[in-house]
Write a protein that binds this ligand. Structure first.
Ligand code: ZN
Length: 67
């Protein structure tokens, strides 16, 4: 069995296909690492940026239903 170290918490974790979060030990560590990427802590270029240009904020005027 192959064991690797979780890049986030350095815990020994088995590299198996049962581990959906490999090379991380858990989803939490995966998310932490992704957060680090977004933070610019990692210098490895990725072209996959999430589509955050969908800022659909409808400007609904406030309704005064008291009148
Ligand atoms: Zn971990």
């Amino acid at each position: 069995m192959i064991e690797i170290k979780c890049p986030t918490c350095k815990k020994q974790v088995a590299w198996s296909k049962d581990n959906a979060f490999r090379p991380f030990c858990s989803e939490r560590c995966q998310l932490i690492d992704l957060g680090a990427w977004a933070d610019g802590s990692y210098a490895i270029p990725t072209k996959e940026s999430p589509t955050d240009d969908e800022e659909n904020t409808p400007t609904t005027p406030p309704e005064n239903e008291d009148e």
